[in-house]
Design a protein around this ligand. Structure first.
Ligand code: CA
Ligand code: CA
Ligand code: CA
Length: 186
């Protein structure tokens, strides 16, 4: 069972994916996400980079849809979403198969110039694409950069992502990765 605190986090994650604000998640939300990232990158439509991103997003949607769209109506409701994540984080096999690869996909999307590190610029672009506040992007970057290198490594981001997925301790950095939480410490 997800705690109220965990529910708040996954509801935030739901809202940022619902880019067309339809109240449910569908294929078109993931197409919109690909479109926004491509726009932020300046990748023209039908360019190889744009097409590859589009394909990757379709894969993410198919993976989520297969497991989360319980009634298979082509849309994932918030209730289905919460049930999906509850199942993923309480099942080590699903966690390995879905949650961790998704973290890697997110990291690859963040690392726009593919140098293996996330710069501040890349981090801020991500928050902008998701309509999240720049102030939160700044706070998160500072907290996640635990070795103060001025960049975020795979380990720094995945650690925060796992806190986001699993933690029931509001004070840990990473909980607010995908949006501010009421009552939680930043
Ligand atoms: Ca459904
Ligand atoms: Ca980079
Ligand atoms: Ca760092």
């Amino acid at each position: 069972m997800l705690s109220e605190f965990q529910k708040q986090k996954f509801s935030n994650l739901f809202r940022i994916h619902d880019l067309n604000r339809g109240g449910t998640l569908g294929r078109n939300d993931f197409e919109e996400l690909a479109r926004r990232i491509a726009l932020a990158e300046g990748w023209p439509e039908k360019s190889p980079a744009h097409l590859a991103l589009h394909e990757r997003m379709q894969g993410v949607w198919q993976g989520i849809g297969e497991y989360a769209d319980l009634d298979q109506d082509g849309q994932v409701t918030e209730a289905e979403w919460l049930e999906f994540w509850d199942g993923v984080i309480s099942n080590p096999i699903l966690y390995q198969r879905l949650a961790l690869p998704l973290g890697e996909v997110i990291y690859q999307m963040l690392d726009i110039n593919q140098d293996g590190l996330i710069s501040q610029q890349e981090w801020f672009a991500f928050y902008q694409v998701l309509d999240l506040p720049t102030s939160l992007a700044k706070e998160m970057f500072t907290q996640l950069d635990t070795d103060h290198s001025g960049t975020l490594s795979v380990a720094e981001v995945i650690t925060a992502y796992e806190v986001f997925l699993q933690s029931d301790t509001p004070s840990l950095p990473g909980n607010q990765l995908f949006g501010r939480l009421s009552g939680g410490q930043a």
